[in-house]
Design a protein around this ligand. Sequence first.
Ligand code: RFL
Ligand code: PHB
Length: 394
Amino acid sequence: MRTQVGIVGAGPAGLLLGHLLHLRGIDSVIVENRGREYVTERVRAGVLEHGTTELLIQAGVGQRMLREGMRHSGVYLAFQGRRHRIDFEDLTGRWLTVYGQNEVVKDLISARYATGRPLCFDAEDVSVSRFDGEARPCIRFRSDGQEHELECDFIAGCDGFHGICRPSLRRESWRGYDCEYPFAWLGILANAAPSSDELVYSLHERGFALFSMRSSSVTRLYLQCASEESLDQWSDDRIWDELELRLSTLDGWRPNRGPILQKGVTGMRSFVAEPMRFGRLFLAGDAAHIVPPTGAKGLNLAAADVAVLSRALERHYRENRQDLLNEYSDRCLRRVWRAQRFSWWMTSMFHRTPGENEFEYKKQLAELQYVTSSRAAMTSLAENYTGLPLEVGL
Ligand code: RFL
Ligand code: PHB
């Protein structure tokens, strides 16, 4: 088998890259080690930046998102019993779309099938080789009991944080920067109508809580919990009681309760691998960087990476120019570090660190008071949250 670009991973990064390459007339094969159902049912991100929304529309995969996604013009920041609205649209002229990552993935898979280009689920023993020499890079895997060797011009490592591409690099060829946080998020999806039309980020003495949603009948909520938290300790009633305690405000607002459809615990970390290019292998999305979810940036960074990569590959094939491929890593990393800073800042403003003294909490409250009262501070939050314009469109 032969292709121009071999893509490892059918998450948002791999699928969107495959689609953007298709639109630019470039051939690809996507190899994924999990099943289609697993990939489309995995509940993760929900907030699409303004630029991500535009990219999906331009790429022709935004129709359902436009119909079913929810346009949000602002968010609430809550502390000391009060909610304060930050009006993104007024401050920046930009907004967000709330639409589940798994819905984006479903739309991209449908678009992929419509192109007839290969997408292989349930691949086993996936490995990458020969990407940093003169020989053609190769992706090996087993599928339906058969061994495959896929020869490519380039490999895109879109296989997430636990994938195989980054560990296949020579250890001395890259450097990792990371930061782990001493807490995690317990997330639930509930069959309950959202009681707010916008997200609520809340700092409470007992820790962070976040109110989000997926549709007019499904609420998505998160609670700060211990890093090693076991779900066994959390009955549905305990989860709702804690959410209500941390989110309710003095004006009587609280989340609606309903049957819990899904729950899980997510660790929090910041991580960046530098550079993001190794000869003919390019890392993109979570394979190269992880942000704590408080800034809602992970999926958006993945989209920004592959927008740059698809354009760089187009320039290589159409004009035989390597300049954008050479700039790929630096361009992406500028945005990545900006998102890292913002995600770290949001995380430290809203979470209580175990063992910290009250000085920290007072400082967090002062920061929130500032952010919700100064137009300059609100604008800074709004422009980072809605996202920098994408440097590269279609
Ligand atoms: P993914 O989604 O992890 O996809 C990688 C794919 O590669 C496959 N894979 C392999 N395939 C072949 N061979 C191998 N050896 C392989 N190893 C792995 C995997 O099965 C998978 O299908 O990475 P990608 O595409 O880079 O996308 C990144 C996003 O998924 C991630 O950044 C976001 O979900 C982060 N995130 C959020 N991002 C946002 O922009 N906005 C949000 O509101 C937001 N909320 C969140 C989040 C992540 C969360 N969790 C669970 C980590 C909320 C949560 C709770
Ligand atoms: C979500 O809806 O899943 C969500 C929203 C905002 C975040 C993280 C996750 O910061």
